[in-house]
Ligand binder design. Structure first.
Ligand code: ARG
Ligand code: ZN
Length: 879
């Protein structure tokens, strides 16, 4: 491989080569300023490849001030600089390279590398290096398999930058003769450069002491700007819970004397696990009862835990290359899912995760951007922080954990940490450690990592009364995806029970008769297989894929009556919900086909509405049972895709249910909110979820009466969950009170960007054609700012991804609006632009009128795109 990669070509997994140079130590010194920062880097380099191989260091947008090798300044003929980095042809086998570069953080609108959060007058400096941001800070082999020890010294004006943070443990601070403040940080754990971070500015701090199970005293600190610091308490509690949980469930303790988290309003993604210095999008860190919804609280807890868990899955054991991204992300999402389930409800957490998978990952896997959990090529790595890598990746880990069982999983993870601590690993390493610790061969699961597309699982059962046997036949099929025409069978674990007429599981015995069990897992390994249970009564129904035991689409040919039986009798909470979803899908298909009197619709309505009278059903689960699948899931059932028709058909289901439940949901809503105090315990959150659902149904049954109540709740409810739900219903149903309520909300939360984002997002999703003009007006509003990713996501991505009626307006006005924004955004922030552009991926499935319009937009954009990120998304979208 040439020392310097060719940027025109995609990076290929099969061309991986170990680094030619290792870096043992990195000594960084920063002279920080908003408009000018100077970075001195001393790299202790060691040749790892063949003699004579040049040294190439990545570097982008850096102004080189000086360069010296082993103390000797280099002559301009001794190195070469281009837009991608620095090459030194003649190198000894070991040397210390000193470079000094300058950069301007205030003009870094891409928010990768060193940048400014907030205004030059009041903001602070911070970094984001994953995936390839470190090369915008200094010259370095910017790849995750180069692990080095870092010492970082920061120097700045103490009036402007009283807080100076970097990775690792504090190693001294003081004042220089010129009056500037300095602080040194020493990170004893070797790390890849994507985990580097620094923060400098005027920040307030919340502090707590923690002692690990190993007896290490750790100071936990959360830093935020003055107006936000009093909203960090919940995140601190969540951090402590996550630290304890990782000790108890994985035996993993924290490994530095300090753990720091910093909140910023200017961040491309959710959060970042930099070693000992996590940086968070404030949206996922700040929480307070007056301004945060129950969903917000859950997200804060989940993301604090996710980033903390990375300390072992990601940092102590990192990735060999970016193809292995899911090695850390899928695994860490899975660990967070386990934690969140333990903190709240296992069933509700599983429902939430499967919803996310179906709304974001299944469509991705079915469209032009489909890619394997471990991609084998990329042009712009930032485009692979996807639902597939994260959420399907977590499902693969879940299957592995399920295969090994709790004790085997722990044994396997212990082995993985023991083997690879301090190393950069691969998916193969992971499977080998898990498998060898348990003496099983898990290599069959590699296909799941390598193959894109959601498998279809066809199931059919047969009862043989004469022999008292039940045979389940399973078949699998995966449709082709871009670049993968031929698909292989995958190992598919199917957790199942067979239920009698009362819903009780029948004792299951295999032919090789062991003790009977009430539930078992069969693994389909080939394209098809049959599994026979012996000595069994005739089951009333099969409960398949319990807990969603594999990320597949199941087609079991169940009719509405079978599904209604499962909704009534299934004891597995997840599968009960799943049966209600499937029943709603059958009903939806009939509505979409124009058969408004179809029996399936009536069965769905009567089955789920009956649950309202069953007080054994937990309120939040009841809310989910009463909700048909999201429009993004149903959209897949419409071929060609007519977005307005999908919206109308789903709304028809809602109205049908509302007509039958109107009086009951009105009364139930009244009861639920009567006792409402805004408490955060699980039972209160559960009641609020049902209250929101009841109000939604009531709004369709009796808009006048419901809107009056909604207007009162929007103004006065003692919690944000209800206020926001009520305001959303008013706006989405065009209630006469909507505009006044929107105005009040904006005025009340005018100086709180996170809450104002909710206001932008709910308006972006108003399901009416006129929402295009509203979104255009909001875009022009002085409160909108294309430079702030949260605001872009709140207004523009919510509009493009979720507003079937307005974004897909048949005259193309919605497409034109997004096209226009994307051109401007690409020049500002390519990561944000390409995440917004990913919402255009389904153009090919659209009905012809819209398809022609959206295709033209995508083609114009592809021609105009300047960043490699946006160009890559659009090229694949058009392919
Ligand atoms: N590793 C981060 C996480 O915890 C995501 C950072 C991605 N940022 C980026 N620009 N690609 O999920
Ligand atoms: Zn992560």
């Amino acid at each position: 491989m040439p020392a310097k990669p060719d940027r025109e070509l995609p990076v290929l997994l099969r061309e991986y080569r170990p680094p030619a140079w290792r870096v043992d130590h990195v000594d960084l010194e920063f002279d920080l300023g908003i408009h000018r920062t100077r970075v001195d880097a001393r790299l202790t380099l060691r040749r790892a490849g063949p003699a004579g191989e040049p040294l190439f260091l990545d570097g982008e947008g850096l102004r080189l001030v000086s360069i010296a090798l082993d103390g000797r300044p280099l002559d301009v003929t001794e190195y070469r600089l281009d837009e991608h980095g620095l090459t030194i042809a003649q190198m000894p086998d070991g040397a210390v390279l000193h470079t000094c570069v300058e950069l301007d953080p205030s003009t870094n609108s891409a928010l990768q590398g060193l940048y400014l959060s907030g205004t030059p007058e009041h903001g602070f400096l911070l970094t984001q290096c994953e995936a390839e941001g470190f090369r915008r800070i200094t010259f370095f082999p910017d790849r995750p398999d180069v692990l080095a020890r870092y010492t970082t010294t920061l120097r700045a004006d103490p009036a402007r930058f009283p807080i100076l943070l970097a990775n690792g443990n504090p190693a001294g601070t003081g004042l220089l003769d010129d009056g500037r403040l300095w602080a040194r940080w020493d990170d004893p754990h070797p790390k890849p450069c994507y985990l580097f971070a620094l923060v400098a500015g005027r920040l307030e701090v919340l502090e707590r002491a923690f002692v690990t199970a190993e007896g290490r005293a750790v100071t936990l600190r959360i830093y935020a700007e003055a107006d936000a610091i009093d909203r960090c308490g919940y995140a601190m509690d969540a951090l402590e819970r996550a630290m304890r949980w990782d000790e108890e469930h994985y035996g993993r303790c924290y490994d530095l004397d300090v753990f720091h988290i910093v909140a910023t309003h200017d961040f491309n993604m959710g959060a970042m696990e930099n070693k000992g210095l996590n940086i968070f999008n404030a949206k996922y860190l700040l929480a307070d009862p007056a301004r945060s919804t129950d969903d917000d609280y859950r997200h804060v807890e989940a993301i604090v835990a996710h980033e903390y868990f990375h300390n072992w899955t990601g940092n102590r054991v990192t990735c060999r290359d970016w193809f292995q991204l899911s090695l850390k992300e899928g695994l860490t999402v899975f660990r967070e899912q386990q934690f969140s389930a333990d903190m709240g409800s296992h069933v509700l957490k599983r429902i939430e995760d499967v919803q996310l998978l179906r709304r974001a990952q299944f469509p991705e896997d079915a469209g032009p951007l489909a890619h394997p959990v471990r991609p084998d090529r990329y042009s712009a790595i930032d485009n692979f922080y996807t639902a597939t890598v994260y959420d399907k990746g977590a499902e693969l880990v879940r299957m592995l954990a399920g295969r090994l069982g709790p004790a085997g999983w722990r044994r396997g993870m212990d082995e993985y940490f023991a083997r690879h601590d301090g190393e950069a690993a691969t998916v193969e390493d992971f499977l080998a450690a898990l498998g060898e610790a348990n003496e099983v061969d898990l290599r069959g699961y590699l296909v799941w990592y390598a193959q894109a597309g959601t498998p279809q699982l066809l199931a059919s059962g047969r009862y043989d009364a004469a022999h008292r046997t039940y045979t389940l036949e399973l078949r699998q099929h995966t449709a082709p995806t871009p670049g993968q025409d031929v698909k292989q069978p995958l190992p598919v674990p199917v957790r199942l029970a067979l239920l009698d007429a009362g819903g009780q599981p029948l004792p299951l015995r295999g032919a090789s008769a062991q003790a009977a069990v009430s539930e078992c897992v069969v693994e389909l390994r080939d394209a098809q297989a049959a599994f026979t249970f012996v000595d069994i009564d005739r089951p009333r129904a099969a409960s398949l894929l319990r807990g969603f035991s594999a990320p597949v689409r199941v087609e079991a040919g169940f009719g509405a009556d079978d599904l209604a039986f499962l909704v009534r009798h299934e004891s597995d909470g997840f599968n009960r919900w799943e049966a209600a979803q499937q029943l709603a899908r059958l009903a939806f298909d009939r509505v979409l086909a124009g058969d408004l009197r179809a029996a399936e619709i009536g069965v769905w309505v009567s089955t789920v509405s009956a649950l309202l009278d069953d007080n054994r059903v937990e309120p939040a689960l009841l809310a989910e049972l009463l909700t048909p699948p999201d429009a993004l899931e149903l959209a897949e059932r419409c071929e060609p895709f007519d977005p307005a028709a999908v919206y109308r058909a789903r709304e028809f289901l809602e109205k049908s249910l509302a007509q039958v439940t109107g009086a009951r949901v009105a009364a139930r809503h009244g009861q639920l909110v009567e006792a409402e105090q805004g408490a955060l315990d699980g039972a209160s959150q559960s009641r609020r979820r049902l209250a929101g659902r009841c109000l939604g149904l009531w709004m369709r049954a009796d808009p006048t009466a419901a809107a009056e109540v909604a207007a009162r709740r929007a103004a006065q409810a003692p919690n944000m969950t209800e206020r926001l739900a009520a305001l959303t219903l008013l706006a989405h149903h065009g209630a006469p009170q909507a505009e006044a309520a929107l105005g009040d909300f904006a005025a009340r939360y005018a100086d709180d960007p996170i809450t104002l984002d909710k206001w932008f997002a709910l308006q972006a999703q108003i399901p009416a054609e006129a929402a295009v003009e509203r979104v255009a007006a909001l875009r022009a509003d002085s409160r909108f700012n294309l430079r702030n990713p949260n605001r872009v996501y709140a207004l523009l991505r919510a509009f493009a991804a979720r507003n079937l009626v307005a974004f897909h307006r048949p005259d193309g006005a919605g497409y034109a609006l997004i096209e226009d924004c994307l051109v401007e955004l690409d020049a500002i922030n390519p990561t944000t632009a390409s995440r917004l552009a990913a919402t255009l991926k389904d153009w090919k499935r659209l009905e012809p009128t819209r398809r022609v319009l959206l295709q033209a937009s995508v083609e114009r954009l592809a021609a105009a795109a300047t960043s490699p990120d946006l160009a890559d998304i659009l090229r694949r979208t058009l392919a």
